[in-house]
Design a protein around this ligand. Structure first.
Ligand code: HMG
Length: 385
């Protein structure tokens, strides 16, 4: 029985900043940000948005009356959680009208969370073939104003429905993984912004990829020739390229060129959104499926990396005819119809947030789901009717 991703939904906030404007404001050569880092636009979440509202938006795009009642597992991968106790998934139960007989919880391990969720979902569906799993990655990447990481911020969510006989991606149950205690990136509970040893984090990322790629080849007796495309966690679009470059000269030139060409298609959306943390790899998948010239039954290698650190490489196969099940036009329109805001407006939003006793005026809301109130320190959410 094939198990994999049956539906894929994406959400990113409606506001963004232009990276050239950010560079100019920061007194940096714009080429550093657009070429050296590889970003063009950065999503800016509104004050009424957080990991819960964005998760709800992405999942709302894939749930329908046919699949909702089959969901038996809900996992949210996030490192932007809003509560130390209550999982993001609990808030989603009524927002998304999910059935009560589900296991719903949150997973955290930096940008690896959604991959952990996806692998658990695979096992769940393999054991319960008539059930489906909803896996959501939802995050706001925040480093802080005028920090080196600022150019790599971003926000958004990806929702995946995992089922038997999937219509988008078959997971092949072939994977290798590794974990190591590394201080490359962390966010203590007192802080709203992450701390990063930037260059060290780049080195660890590449080291994990190199180690895992060798393990994968040894374990399954495959080479780069067995894959049409390699997808990477994309904290910024240059990062995956640094890992891919380690193959240059070690694999046939035409295969390397093909992988680079496909990689460029996979980062088109990230270039215009920024880091989604745990959703980034899956935004890369969406970007490739929407923008690439995907052959029937293409073989993919996916590299997931979460600081701290956990890495995993696994393989998958694109299902022919997936186009009917992925709303490419909607995703493109959502990205196109966003509003550019100035760097000072972004700085203003960045420093604000609802506090206890605050409510959100409906007239300020431009999305379906929003944080409506914080009452007795409890976050209350609503859906616009
Ligand atoms: P930085 O020190 O500002 O930049 O930090 P730099 O000096 O290293 O320059 C960046 C690149 O721009 C370099 O290219 C320069 O040569 C180039 P590279 O050597 O890397 O190929 N450059 C220029 N290019 C064209 N024209 C110019 C020019 N000037 C310079 N004029 C850094 C960059 C990414 C470190 C910083 O933004 C940062 O700390 N970001 C956050 C950490 C991060 O994203 N790490 C990635 C790996 S860890 C990961 O992926 C996990 C993560 O997603 C978190 C999680 O798991 O939850 C982050």
């Amino acid at each position: 029985m094939d198990v994999g991703i049956d539906r894929l939904g994406f959400y990113t906030p409606k506001k963004y900043i232009d990276i050239v404007e950010l560079a100019n404001e920061r007194g940096v050569d714009p080429d550093k940000f657009t070429i050296g880092i590889g970003q063009s636009k950065q999503a800016v979440p509104d004050i009424y948005q957080d990991a819960v509202t964005m998760a709800a938006e992405a999942a709302d795009n894939v749930l329908d009356d046919d699949n909702r009642s089959d969901i038996g597992l809900v996992i949210v991968g996030t490192e932007s959680s809003v509560d130390e106790s209550k999982a993001v998934s609990a808030f989603l139960m009524d927002l998304l009208e999910l059935p009560e007989d589900v296991r719903a919880f949150e997973i955290k391990e930096a940008c690896y969370g959604a991959t952990a969720g996806l692998q658990m979902a695979y096992n769940f569906v393999a054991m319960n073939p008539d059930k489906k799993a909803l896996v959501i990655a939802s995050d706001i990447a925040r480093y802080g104003i005028k920090t080196p990481g600022e150019v790599t911020q971003g926000a958004g969510a990806v929702a995946m429905i995992v089922s038997k006989n999937p219509h988008i991606l078959k997971l092949e149950n072939k994977s290798v993984y590794m974990s190591r205690n590394v201080g490359d990136f962390w966010r203590p509970t007192f802080s709203k912004t992450a701390f990063a040893r930037g260059k060290f984090s780049n080195e660890i990322y590449v080291d994990f990829f190199t180690t895992l790629w060798k393990k994968f080849q040894d374990k399954y007796g495959v080479t780069a020739d067995d894959f049409d495309t390699m997808l990477f966690h994309i904290p910024y679009t240059k990062m995956g390229m640094k890992a891919l470059r380690t193959l240059d000269g070690k694999i046939p030139d035409d295969k390397y060129s093909e992988l680079v060409e496909h990689y460029q298609k996979s980062v088109e959306f990230s270039r215009n959104v920024g880091n989604l943390y745990t959703g980034s790899l899956y935004l890369g998948l969406i970007s490739y499926l929407v923008n690439g010239e995907v052959k029937p039954d293409e073989k993919l290698m996916l590299f997931s990396y979460g600081s701290g650190a956990v890495g995993e490489i696994y393989s998958a196969e694109v299902v022919s005819g997936y186009e009917k099940y992925l709303d490419s036009d909607f995703i493109k329109q959502e990205l196109k119809n966003r509003q550019k805001i100035s760097v000072s407006d972004y700085e203003n939003i960045f420093s604000k947030g609802l506090v206890n006793g605050d409510t959100t005026a409906l007239s300020d809301v431009h999305d379906k789901f929003y944080l409506s109130e914080i009452k007795e320190s409890e976050r209350l959410y609503k859906k616009v009717n």
